[in-house]
Design a protein around this ligand. Structure first.
Ligand SMILES: [Zn+2]
Length: 98
């Protein structure tokens, strides 16, 4: 085994818990704001070329990836704001790859 290989292995081991930690911090902040963990999300709703789900407890929204069948990105009460943010991220990505 080369040193390069073991370096990669160490990284993937840490990437997971770090990602979970970030996601946990996000929902903890939402709980502090509304007293709701958003564990009960409704069915995905279409809005233009995006989908989102609404929390049945407090009405907060989150974008939903239909292909991977999971929510992504931050929570917000304004869907238009979520979509605008998502578009901005995509545009930045496109500029980077182009
Ligand atoms: Zn909620």
């Amino acid at each position: 085994m080369t040193t390069e290989h073991s370096k990669k292995k160490r990284w993937s081991r840490w990437a997971w818990p770090l990602g979970l930690l970030a996601a946990g911090a996000g929902s903890a902040a939402a709980f502090l704001l509304r007293g709701c963990w958003h564990t009960k999300m409704g069915w995905p709703v279409r809005e233009g070329d995006h989908s989102y789900r609404v929390c049945l407890g407090c009405g907060i929204k989150r974008l939903f990836d239909e292909k991977r069948f999971r929510g992504y990105g931050p929570y917000a009460y304004d869907v238009k704001e979520l979509i605008a943010r998502e578009r901005a991220i995509r545009m930045r990505h496109r500029r980077k790859t182009a």
